[in-house]
Design a protein around this ligand. Sequence first.
Ligand SMILES: [Zn+2]
Length: 189
Amino acid sequence: MTLLEDFLAANEAFVKNEEFKAFTTDKTPNKKAVFLTCMDTRLSELSIKALGLKNGDIKQIKNAGAVVSHPYGSTMRSLLVAVYALGVDEIYIMGHHDCGFGALKPDPVIEEMKKRGITDETFTTLKYSGIEVSDWLKGFDSVEESVRETVGTVKNHPLMAKSVPVHGMIIDPETGKVDLVINGYDKAE
Ligand SMILES: [Zn+2]
């Protein structure tokens, strides 16, 4: 069986056994909060369980590193839509220790791309289009700095209402312990 077939077989059983009933909820988050967290596999369940949350409580956005790297990219758009259209009152940026994206070195990734058939010409074309792939792929040195920077980007976004608290936190992927970096209530107007 391929992975895809595994997934589809599991899904058939899931629906047939009506296991979905345990997850019934609606589109509006019970806790009126959106979390931007890293896509790290260790956090899939841990990041919500560690805060006493369950399915339907919050909105979750996940990407590599829990960062907003472009103020008009899809992560920032998701946060704005969550606030203005989907019942969210507070934003949480949650980084984590031992982040694979933070530690990411662009060069081995680029080498891997080349091994899999991406040509030098492609990188040159991108460069002339203003995209330096090595800068674009770069992680961060300190998760705390990264969380602070992303909180700042979201908080100071021209389209974000000043009344929305933007919190910053860091979770330990081993123990689930959360440390508060920025208390967004302090800066909300
Ligand atoms: Zn990570």
